[in-house]
Design a protein. Structure first.
Length: 343
């Protein structure tokens, strides 16, 4: 039994192979430090090559910390490699940095590469090195493969990092466009989670059902609660998540009810997070539920165009406007668009 053990790695991203190695090593040590290392310049290059948003060292350290939060003998640390020459030329500097990062004397380093015995460990002669499952006999996967096709290797990605890789689809539209039912149907068809529009329940929960007493601050609260609700749905998603309504629609309703925008809620407006936006035009039959504006055809299209202009003003992309005139055709067209981003 070792007193202090270390597992260094990029964990780019964390996967089940890493998990297997870390849990195995934790049974051999009183204390195990998982060290997430990173060279930001190289990481940005790899993310760009793999058509991914930037995955920072903070992201990966956070994911690993969440994964092992219930392990008393595992602690996750960060090691910044910026300024160190590329492997293998920077091995001596990297080794010194590792020693300075760990608060205790290291007894053993666990790794997955035999060649590190001749590179990194040459500068750490007083520390034992153990290689674990370098042939990847249990989980034959690498971070490189996952980055190239995250959805194909979804089951290998650790749960805390899945929200980063899952496809996010926004369903938007004005009153009585059918998006609530559509969002639920898509979630069930694609066997995943979804988030309903919270604004439709806010009046009931906080205003006694009286929409005439809406104030600007109410719409900030709606955006805030919606954001938390969306986050929960994303955390449990199976490759893709469907979100009914975003903060742009909340802003739209703020203007409708109060006559002006609430600029404070714009902190929840994000034009970069969506892989696909399905904007449902007001072609479906009007359904009155007591929370609707008037159902004049021209009025419905005027409001729809107002909403589309708002998305344009906030510089949103990836918007597919759905103008089919039946629920079945709307569903079919939406599925076709979704299949394209999944494939």
């Amino acid at each position: 039994m070792y007193k202090i053990g270390v597992i260094p790695g990029k964990f780019f991203p964390p996967h089940r192979g890493h998990l297997y190695q870390i849990i195995n090593a934790s049974t051999k040590c009183d204390k195990l430090f998982v060290v997430v290392s990173d060279n930001e310049k190289i990481t940005r290059q790899k993310c760009k090559k793999d058509n991914l948003s930037f995955i920072s060292i903070v992201d990966r350290t956070r994911w690993m910390s969440i994964e092992f939060k219930d392990y008393d003998n595992i602690e996750v640390l960060s090691l910044y490699e910026d300024g160190i020459p590329d492997y293998p030329y920077g091995c001596e500097l990297w080794s010194k940095l590792l020693i300075n990062t760990i608060p205790d004397k290291i007894d053993v380093i666990f790794g997955g590469e035999v060649e590190y015995m001749k590179t990194y460990m040459a500068h750490l002669p007083d520390i034992k090195y153990e290689v674990f499952d370098f042939k990847r006999s249990r989980y034959n996967i690498s971070g490189t493969e996952i980055r190239k096709n995250p959805l194909l290797y979804w089951d290998y990605i650790l749960k805390p990092s899945r929200p980063f890789f899952c496809k996010k689809v926004l369903i938007t539209g004005t009153e009585s466009s059918g998006k609530t039912t559509l969002t639920r149907n898509l979630g069930k068809i694609f066997h995943t989670s979804w988030s309903e529009e919270y604004g439709r329940y806010y009046s009931r929960d906080f205003l006694g059902g009286n929409e005439k007493v809406f104030q600007k601050n109410d719409f900030f609260k709606i955006a805030q609660i919606q954001n938390c609700q969306d986050k929960k749905a994303t955390e449990t998603a199976n490759k893709i998540v469907f979100i009914d309504t975003d903060a742009v629609i909340t802003q739209y309703y703020c203007n409708m009810y109060t006559g002006s925008f609430n600029r404070t809620l714009e902190c929840y407006i994000d034009n970069t997070k969506w892989d696909l936006i399905l904007a449902i035009a007001p072609t479906a039959p009007w359904v009155a539920d007591g929370l609707r504006w008037n159902n004049k055809t021209k009025r419905r299209w005027d409001l729809h165009n107002m909403l589309m202009n708002m998305y344009k003003d906030y510089q949103f992309n990836n918007i597919k406007e759905i103008k089919e005139n039946s629920y079945n055709k709307i569903l079919t067209e939406c599925i076709n668009h979704i299949d394209k981003i999944l494939n």
